[in-house]
Design a protein around this ligand. Structure first.
Ligand code: AMP
Length: 278
């Protein structure tokens, strides 16, 4: 596995390896959720590139940035075992030589919903880094987890609107045995917080059951929030997957919806969501 530290090295690698590359952008401290994206990328492409970069431009909370777990040696071991061809792990000064750019890639509508309503500047930072990584890595396909559903939707929009030649692939959410969505941030939970955190998935299941029983959007959201009483909630919503807004009514034959949650446990921000199938 090649370890690439500069953008020039990354570009040279992609030029020297022009056949189909699958790309998995991450912030490191890898877990099985990342592992599944990597496996899928390996199955569908000739080679796999993973990036590890904790992007300061997307942290609206400096304390969250400071506390973000990092262990590159551990990550490299996992990537080698996963058959990854190259890992791109640039320094911040390499990515932003003139400081974090003030350029904003922004969707006023989609970024005003869900996480975007609370994390000002977060998705602008995400789109900028994803855009630049796509230029440097030049993949045929890039893999994103549906755990960060709003991120996936925004990246798809950006790729379409900037006419980038990459296919964006959304990958299912990988969970611990009790249902908690895997996340690099989970290591920061206390034992008690970790036990409580499984309640998020239970609440999402309860909302999906309510949808299946034929309840309307307001009532389904009511079920979701009722299951999360006692949680330090940022939001709990039921949204159309295209608009990210709560629908007036469910269009059960053709529509697709998700219940989505963001909350804090032990001061750690956790997000999760679930699809309501038609
Ligand atoms: P992160 O390192 O948290 O920025 O995540 C890198 C990529 O892995 C993003 O596309 C995430 O959506 C995805 N990812 C993180 N956790 C999971 C999970 N539990 N299941 C599926 N994908 C995930």
């Amino acid at each position: 596995m090649q370890i690439l530290r500069t953008c020039a090295e990354m570009r040279d690698f992609s030029r020297a390896n022009p056949s189909r590359t699958g790309f998995v952008p991450t912030m490191g401290y890898l877990h099985e959720g990342h592992g599944t994206l990597i496996q899928q990328a390996r199955a569908e492409n000739d080679r796999v590139v993973v990036s590890i970069f904790v992007n300061p431009a997307q942290f609206n909370d400096p304390a969250d940035f400071e506390k973000y777990p990092i262990d590159l040696d551990r990550d490299f071991d996992m990537l080698r075992r996963g058959g990854v061809d190259a890992v791109f792990c640039p320094r911040t000064s390499e990515v932003y030589p003139a400081g974090v750019p003030t350029l904003k890639l922004r969707y006023d509508d989609l970024m005003s919903e869900l996480c975007g309503r609370y994390r000002h500047g977060h998705f602008e930072g995400v789109l900028l880094i994803v855009h630049n990584l796509l230029l440097w890595v030049n993949p045929s396909r890039a893999y994103f987890g549906l755990k960060d559903f709003q991120q996936y939707v925004l990246v798809k929009h950006m790729v379409r609107d900037l006419s980038l030649t990459v296919e964006i692939v959304g990958c299912e959410i990988i969970r611990e045995s009790d249902g908690l969505a895997m996340s690099s941030r989970n290591v920061r939970l206390s034992a008690e917080g970790r036990a409580k955190a499984s309640g998020i998935y239970q609440a999402l299941i309860r909302a999906r059951d309510a949808y299946r029983r034929g309840l309307d959007p307001v009532s389904v959201r009511g079920e979701l929030l009722a299951a999360l009483v006692g949680f330090d909630m940022e939001y709990g919503e039921v949204v159309d997957v295209d608009t990210l807004r709560q629908p007036e009514e469910f269009e059960r034959e053709f529509g697709a919806y998700r219940a989505a949650v963001a909350c804090y446990i032990d001061g750690v921000r956790l997000i999760d969501n679930i699809l309501f199938e038609s």
